[in-house]
Design a protein around this ligand. Structure first.
Ligand code: IMP
Ligand code: MG
Length: 176
């Protein structure tokens, strides 16, 4: 099977991503004026979204990264999360915005939220590019959401399948 055979229908075209990212950046800029904003990117998928979002922010901002591995199969997470790379700096007393590529069951993010909340940030919110509402298993507040997508496995714009396709400039469904 060649690469292209695995790329199914386009779920979010590049133009829509670009437009929505700027809208989100404007909202975040408004909400975080006068605050002490730290974006926390969840490696590796969020890097593409985060760097585009950050470019359009009009407030002072710092960035840090975490890498987590969730136990489970490639397409289903278990909610048991291991930290592979922790933050470089303390977030105590700061306004933390977690930037995620996609929230599926929400298990990974709810673990991360609990973990980061324990470090006493002043505020803690989530900005997710994509959510799959049908699959949500836990109650989780996602303050900023780019797009709701159907229950398909998505690739592109950071999202991978077996580490590939992250570089696609749009979000597509993986063909089954
Ligand atoms: P959750 O714990 O079920 O919310 O899964 C979250 C993580 O699983 C995301 O951060 C992604 O890394 C991965 N994931 C979930 N759905 C997809 C998808 O459709 N495409 C690519 N990765 C996904
Ligand atoms: Mg991820």
């Amino acid at each position: 099977m060649t690469d292209d055979d695995a790329i199914g229908e386009v779920l979010v075209p590049a133009e829509d991503l670009a437009r929505r990212v700027r809208e989100l950046a404007a909202e975040v800029s408004r909400d975080y004026a006068g605050k002490d904003l730290v974006l926390i990117g969840v490696l590796k998928g969020a890097v593409f979204f985060l760097s585009d979002l950050m470019r359009y922010l009009e407030v002072p901002v710092e960035v840090d990264f975490m890498a987590v591995a969730s136990y489970g199969s490639a397409t289903k997470s278990s909610g048991v999360v291991r930290i592979l790379k922790d933050l470089d700096a303390s977030i105590e007393g700061r306004d933390v915005l977690i930037v995620e590529d996609i929230v599926d069951s929400g298990l990974t993010l709810s673990y991360l939220m609990r973990n980061l909340a324990g470090r006493n940030p002043r505020s803690l919110e989530v900005c997710a590019l994509l959510i799959k509402p049908e699959r949500r298993k836990v109650d989780l507040k996602t303050k900023y959401v780019g797009f709701e997508i159907p229950n398909r496995f998505a690739i592109g714009y950071g999202l991978d399948h077996g580490e590939r396709y992250r570089n696609l400039p749009y979000v597509a469904a993986l063909k089954d």
